[in-house]
Structure formats: C-alpha cells, structure tokens
Design a protein around this ligand. Structure first.
Ligand code: PHE
Length: 462
C-alpha cells in the first residue's frame, strides 16, 4: 500500500486547517450574533470559550488523527474496537454537509460572476435571490462548477492539492478581508432625515460591550450562542480535523499549530464583523443586521448597490473572498470522506474514491437544488426554523449528529482511553502542551455537559 502522505510543513497544515475553519459561518453568522448579543460582550465570551472549550475539542481531534494515522472512519476503531460506530457518525456528517455546502458555494459563484460582469446592481433588486435559487438551470450549473473545482483539488492530493492551494488562497483571503474591513470603517452617509452615520460609530456598536437589560437568562443565551458558533466554526465533529491531523508529521509542534489555527479562525470571524457591521450600520442602522443567506445574498448586495461605482469593486472583492472561504471548507469536507474510503476495508485508490464521491454528492446536491422548485416543501424543524431540503440536511448534521459525535468523542477520550493518551501524543515532538489540567477537566466533565445542553436546545427541548 502507498505510504501515507504528510503535510510538507506546519504552515501548510495550519493554513489548511484554518481554511477549513474559516467558512460561511465566520462571515454570515458570527457578525450577526455579535451584533445581536451585546457586541463586545459576545466577543469576550467567544474568545474565552475558544481558549477553553474550542481548544479542547480541536486538540483531541487533531491528536487522534496524528496518533492513529487514520481517517475519521477508521480512527476511532483503532483507538478502541468498541467505538468503530463513532467513525461512522463522523463520516456521515461530512457526507451530508458536502452536497448542500456546494449548492451554497454555487450561489456565491453566481454572485461573484454577477458583479464581475457588471450586473451587481441587479443583484440588489427585490426578488433577485429567490428568482435565482428557484430557477431550474443556473443553480445546478454553478453548483457543478464549485463541486468540480473542489474535487480537482482533492484529487491532486494532500500536498499538490490541499497544501499548495491553501498556502496561496488563505493569505489572499486574509488580505481581502482586511482590505474590506478598512474600507468599511471609512464610509459615512447622511440619510433623508439629516442623520449622519459613520463606519467608526458602527465599529463602536460592534466592539463596545452593551450590557443594557442584561439578565442571567440573557447571559446564558449569549454563552450558548457563542458556544454553538464556535463549535461550528472550528470544524470539529465533522471528521475533518482527524483527517488533516493524520497527515501531520510526528515531529511537528502541535501545541503551536493548534493555537495558530484558533487565532486565524477567530481573527477572520472578528474581521468579518468589522467588515459587515459598520457597513450595515451606516446604510440601514442597527435594525438592518441579518444573518445567513439573507445577509449575504440580499442585504449586502443592496448596500453595495448604494455605494455606487465603488460598490461593484467591493462586491467583487467580497464575493471572491467568500468563494475562497467556501472552497477551502468544502475541500476539507470532501477530504474527510475520501480519506475514509481510502482507509476502509475496500482500500479505494484516491482517484476512485474521489470520482465515486463526486458522483454521489452531485446527485444529492441536485436534490438540494430541486428543493427550491420541483421538490419544494416547508418543514417545521424541532428548533423552530422552517426549511427545505438544504435546511433539513443542515439541521440533521449540525444540530443533531455533530453534538452527538462530539459528546461521544469526549467520553471516549475522557473516560475510556484517558486524556493522558492525547496529551502524550501532543507532546510527542518534545513540545510542551499548555493548559493540560484545563484540557483534562474540560474533556471529562465540562465539554460533554455543555454539548449536551447544546443538543437539547437544538432538539427544542430546552
Ligand atoms: N467552519 C466552517 C464555517 O465556519 C464550517 C464548515 C467547515 C462547514 C467545513 C462546512 C465544511 O463555515
């Protein structure tokens, strides 16, 4: 059998993992939650959770990957024979996520093309987004291009594909985010009533903690929002970090890489807020904040349109940046699946695994697209949201399977194989792991309990 590939260096690994972590969640959900949950208050809680809860989950998964040198499908079984089933959960999650993530990736591509071809103004018109996603041809074509591009990168493999691509794209992404963030701080506008709002006022609204009317219940909600966001943002419980961890060399400095991945992800999330909140504030005031598709595909194009000529350029840069963020995340999801197929009993070659998964995802992604026309339905989900096929897949993977997988991982590491196995793995290279006690307490007690509360909330029980 072919020897397992490894990332050429720490930088490649850090940028690939950060590429996975930085995705649509950072851009369309983090700023909204921060604006809604008291600005700086949310930011402080998020950072504290990233250094404790996030750090614990990321460390556990990367170390499991490096220790076992196995894909998510096979790694858990290698740690303990009775836990093979957890490998299946961790592999089903990316399998469900990939198709719908590619559909959204296709939407981003469509908007980028619209701005590039000078049709950015149309994108601001009422009904543009709905007309597009309910149409029959274009969403399919865009999804196909996106999925195809992701498949090519993964076909090229760990070094020529994932590592090389991430090393180019991630620095560019950072530059684009910083550029738009700075621009956003410079805008000002006077509305018809003569009120002038500036980007800097918007920044204050974002970063200064707003404790007005804070109650214990509200505080609890902010903590749970931050935790849910963090959990999704770090790409844990999707099998991804195990797959990427399995390609890290034994002598690499894991503690340092883990810190860098977390810093990168949190920095981009924070900057996405600097990019979006002041712009929304200047053009629509504090009530204008939206999240998810309606922020990205409806509210922001309107803002770009009201910026005149500059809006076209900002729109191009913005959607290019989002496309990069989405591609590197989708790559990691596909790799989590493909690595499992390669390591499974069937021992698929990379080429075969990639082609099979491409065909299956394509079929499922077509269904997701049809969910907005021929297969349209409205289903009320247990968490109160109403959705189509895409939302159902998102709900099952993110709100149900991911918390279950993460709770099980905590139990396996905390109580079955014991935290020391992970700590020893992290320190194998001779680099000291900080926060060891914290890691042990977190993984045994605090993280599983928090995740359980998160699960109950998603189920609408809490
Ligand atoms: N961390 C990603 C984000 O914030 C989540 C994600 C990763 C989703 C990989 C899908 C695939 O958007």
């Amino acid at each position: 059998m072919e020897k397992r590939k490894t990332f050429g260096g720490s930088l490649g690994f850090v940028l690939a993992a950060a590429g996975s972590a930085v995705g649509l969640g950072n851009i369309w959900r983090f700023p909204y939650l921060a604006a809604r949950d008291g600005g700086g208050l949310f930011l402080v809680i998020y950072i504290i959770l990233a250094l404790t809860f996030g750090f614990t989950l990321v460390t556990a998964e990367i170390a499991i990957g490096r220790k076992t040198k196995q894909s998510p499908l096979t790694a858990y079984g290698k740690l303990n024979k009775n836990w093979t089933w957890l490998g299946w959960i961790s592999s089903i999650v990316p399998f469900i996520i990939l198709p719908y993530y590619c559909v959204i990736g296709g939407w981003v591509l469509k908007y980028l093309i619209a701005f590039l071809t000078g049709h950015g103004i149309d994108a601001a018109k009422e009904g543009y987004f709905t007309d597009f996603i309910t149409s029959k041809g274009e969403p399919l074509i865009m999804m196909f291009i996106f999925l195809f591009a992701v498949t090519v990168v993964i076909y090229l493999g760990v070094n020529k594909g994932i590592e090389s691509f991430s090393k180019v794209i991630m620095p560019v992404l950072l530059v684009l985010v910083v550029g738009i963030a700075i621009f956003s701080l410079t805008i000002t506008k006077t509305d018809d009533a003569g009120v002038t709002r500036t980007g800097l006022q918007g920044l204050k609204y974002y970063v200064i903690p707003n404790l007005d009317g804070l109650t214990v219940k509200k505080f609890f909600n902010v903590v749970m929002d931050a935790m849910g966001q963090l959990f999704y943002s770090l790409s844990v419980a999707m099998g991804i970090l195990i797959a990427y961890g399995s390609y890290v060399k034994d002598d690499a400095n894991l503690p340092r890489s883990i810190n860098q991945i977390e810093i990168f992800d949190t920095l981009v999330a924070f900057l996405a807020g600097v990019m979006i909140i002041p712009a929304v504030y200047v053009f629509s005031g504090t009530d204008g904040m939206a999240s998810g598709p309606s922020l990205m595909f409806v509210a922001l194009p309107k803002i770009f349109a009201s910026m005149g000529k500059a809006g076209t350029i900002v729109g191009i840069i913005f959607f290019a940046m989002v496309l990069f963020a989405a591609i590197t995340s989708a790559m990691s999801v596909l790799e989590a699946i493909v690595s499992g197929m390669i390591d499974s009993d069937k021992r698929f070659s990379r080429g075969k695994a990639v082609i099979i998964e491409f065909i299956v995802s394509l079929a499922l992604a077509c269904l997701v697209c049809f969910g907005y026309n021929d297969l349209y339905f409205e289903l009320k989900l247990p968490n109160g949201a109403v959705g189509q096929i895409l939302d159902v897949m998102d709900y099952v993977s993110n709100s149900i399977l991911m918390p279950i997988g993460a709770i099980a991982t905590c139990i396996l590491v905390g109580w079955v194989i014991k935290p020391k196995v992970i700590i020893d793995e992290v320190e194998k290279s001779g680099d000291k792991m900080g926060r060891k006690r914290l890691f042990t307490v977190m993984i045994k007690y605090i993280a599983p309990v928090c995740l359980f509360v998160l699960l109950l909330m998603s189920l609408g029980i809490f």
